[in-house]
Ligand binder design. Structure first.
Ligand code: C5P
Length: 213
């Protein structure tokens, strides 16, 4: 099968030296890409800026902004069987980019933000979709409610939720705990484990789902 995985944060530039980003390390997405490769699948990894080495054997596409990641994902959909969008895409970007570094002496700037495009929702809305679509949800509260809302709103086949409120889990960590929410109202709990082991389990589950379609 062919997997497309997004991973890492995006960077939304304010001026040539400043940007808005988030704490995503990319570890979960890279672990998913590696697990898919280990299982013998073809992998396209569309990644934001992270401090990780690209998995050997993956087609690697490095991106900075949400808009770039959106376009890269859509450009690499041909032949994809399973798309797992794990990237922590910035939800907002500066409305304008200042081509010169903003000067401190000019005082604190007011930076207007506008929404970025939702890549996952844009794939969910594709009428021609013949790949399995899984998204992630990083939640601090109301995990199930928020994940199920995302599943419906973004027209996914699975939403994989991680609780980022537990210290030592989720963001930047080597471990995670996941619950996979499915449209038939069922869910699969994958208890605390290394991102490596969880990724292996997720790849297996998503493959089985795609085979059943
Ligand atoms: O709505 P929220 O950002 O919590 O949804 C998370 C899921 O949506 C993740 O799978 C993430 O990769 C995806 N997403 C996206 N594009 C955005 C925002 C989120 O693909 N602009």
């Amino acid at each position: 099968m062919k997997f497309l995985v997004t991973a890492g944060p995006t960077r939304e530039p304010i001026d040539p030296v400043r940007y808005i980003s988030n704490r995503s390390s990319g570890k979960m997405g890279y672990a998913l890409a590696q697990a898919a490769l280990d299982a013998g699948h073809e992998v396209v990894l569309v990644s934001g800026p992270v401090a990780l080495a690209a998995p050997h054997g993956a087609q690697f596409v490095l991106m900075m902004t949400a808009d770039e990641m959106h376009d890269a994902v859509h450009a690499h959909l041909a032949g994809v069987d399973v798309a797992v969008l794990c990237a922590a895409v910035a939800d907002f970007k500066p409305a304008t980019y200042a081509p010169r570094k903003m000067k401190k002496r000019d005082g604190a700037p007011i930076i207007e933000l506008v929404p970025t495009r939702d890549i996952l929702a844009s794939l969910g809305a594709l009428r021609s979709k013949n790949f399995l679509l899984a998204g992630f949800a990083a939640e601090t509260d109301d995990l199930e409610k928020n994940a199920r809302e995302k599943l419906a709103k973004k027209q996914c086949d699975a939403v994989i939720a991680n609780d980022v409120s537990t210290p030592g889990l989720g963001f930047e960590s080597d471990e995670n705990a996941l619950t996979i929410f499915l449209p038939d109202h069922s869910s699969r709990v994958l208890p605390r484990a290394s991102k490596h082991d969880l990724a292996k389990a997720v790849v297996k589950i998503l493959c089985a789902m795609q085979q059943k379609r």
